[in-house]
Design a protein around this ligand. Structure first.
Ligand code: EPZ
Length: 418
């Protein structure tokens, strides 16, 4: 077990290059079993979720090697269609292995997926879409048994633009018989990345990034060497850190278009933001203003994965803010920990009412999930005095070398074994 020790109050100055997006690399790893040829995914982040997904692929019989920051996958010998419950409990994104396994083996067995404790996280949209593609599904003792004679193209409409369900549908229809038209698709940049990756393997997919995606099933897919899109959530996390701490920081590699609403909110706080090509420069600090209202929505709305970090910023800004979390039921577990630092927040269902205080103070706090844990680190960086952040395993799921990157910007943060 490790903890962070953070001395707050340091300004952050310098440049950070964003990692490849966790929420793109994970579906790309799942897609790599669709071909028996070699697949290389460039610059994968050294994070726990990627290691876990690599272990899932190895359990199926594929080989996964990390060479100089790239993941090289060879699934020619993959023969197993079942994923252990330990690994699926560990990783929510194991659920879109269903699409890959059904395409490769025409059958799949997984247990109900786990992941961050931020809500119920049902998979009804995934399963009803797979049934439309000809999959028979049985659920027993917490396991999901899927099989099909053939996957056949279909008209599918999602009641909610679920990211994971959209990805599962692409993976299950890419080599199906005939054409699939998906209405109500998620429009996140990571969906566009999955389309580009699959098309580079020989797929025929069009429309990702809009709410209608068309997939023409193909007979086979080839190998690929692919550089994923950069992580807009990681980039946003560092931009918010600089807003809280003050200083001049640039984040490179991420298109401003992919976090447009965050940049709008940071300007509302009083930060100066300048963007040029794939560079986002921020001048933060000073007396920030609260964002009156932040409402999380599917892309291109304000990302739910930046809700906790933006709330942390509002805790020590001037005025008050209403935060509305529309995507997940319990994504405020970090709030009691922020209160230990002096935050004035009231949670009522999906709403959090923040009253800004002049400054938070250091405290010992514990991360409960990935983005909530990141929010505690950001709050500690801006707080008066010393803080400790425990249970870093949540943060390690999605941020590669968080302390190293923050130290290079001037933060006083140490990771110590306890
Ligand atoms: C992906 O999760 C991301 N994870 C999440 O990031 C992100 O918060 C989320 O999309 C929303 O953007 C990965 O990509 C690995 P959803 P996913 O299906 O696919 C409901 C992070 O911090 N829903 O779009 O699970 C669901 O309950 C993680 O990096 C159903 O009702 O999200 C939720 O309310 C956390 N039935 C909403 O849709 C379903 O079958 C959004 O879920 C599926 C989802």
């Amino acid at each position: 077990m490790d903890k962070f020790i953070i001395d707050g109050g340091r300004r952050l100055n310098g440049s950070i290059r964003a990692q490849s997006a966790k929420n793109s690399v994970l579906p790309l790893l799942a897609a790599s079993v669709l071909t028996e040829k070699q697949v290389t995914i460039r610059e994968v982040p050294a994070i726990a979720d990627v290691m876990c997904m690599a272990q899932i692929l190895r359990e199926l019989g594929a080989s996964v090697e990390f060479r100089g920051g790239d993941a090289v996958i060879d699934s020619a010998n993959a023969s197993c269609h079942e994923i252990s419950s330990a690994l699926t409990r560990e990783l929510r994104s194991s659920v879109f292995m269903l699409g890959s396994l059904l395409t490769r083996f025409r059958r799949a067995v997984i247990s109900y997926p786990g992941g961050c404790d931020i809500g119920l996280r049902p998979i009804d949209l995934h399963l009803s879409a797979l049934k439309r593609l000809g999959v028979r599904i049985r659920e027993r003792d917490g396991f999901i048994f899927c099989d099909c004679d053939r996957l056949r193209g279909a008209e599918i409409a999602l009641d909610f633009p679920s990211v994971g369900a959209t990805e599962n549908i692409l993976l299950a229809s890419v080599m199906a018989d005939g054409r699939t038209v998906l209405q109500g698709a998620a429009k996140e940049p990571e969906i566009v990345d999955l389309q580009n990756f699959l098309n580079a393997m020989g797929a025929k997919i069009a429309g990702a990034g809009t709410d209608v995606i068309e997939i023409e099933g193909v007979k086979s897919l080839g190998g690929v060497c692919y550089l994923p899109v950069k992580d807009r959530i990681e980039a946003g996390t560092y931009l918010i850190a600089c807003a809280i701490c003050g200083g001049e920081t640039e984040v490179t590699g991420v298109s401003a278009e992919n976090i447009r609403l965050l940049l709008h909110k940071l300007r509302e706080n009083g930060c100066k933001i300048h963007t040029k090509n794939d560079k986002i420069m921020i001048s933060g600090g000073g007396c920030l203003k609260c964002n009156r209202r932040i409402e999380t929505m599917p892309f291109p709305g304000f990302p739910t994965d930046l809700q906790a970090q933006a709330t942390a910023l509002n805790c020590s800004a001037e005025g008050g803010a209403l935060i509305v979390e529309n995507l997940f039921e319990t994504r405020y577990k970090y709030v009691p920990e922020l209160r230990k630092m002096g935050a004035d927040i009231e949670v009522n269902g999906r709403n959090a009412f923040v009253r800004g205080v002049p400054r938070l103070h250091g405290a010992s706090v514990t991360a409960g999930d990935l983005r909530g844990g990141a929010a505690l680190v950001l709050a500690a960086l801006g707080a008066e005095g010393c803080s400790e952040v425990f249970d870093l395993s949540h943060i390690d799921r999605g941020y590669a070398d968080l302390q190293g990157k923050l130290r290079r910007l001037g933060a006083q943060i140490r990771r110590v074994r306890i």
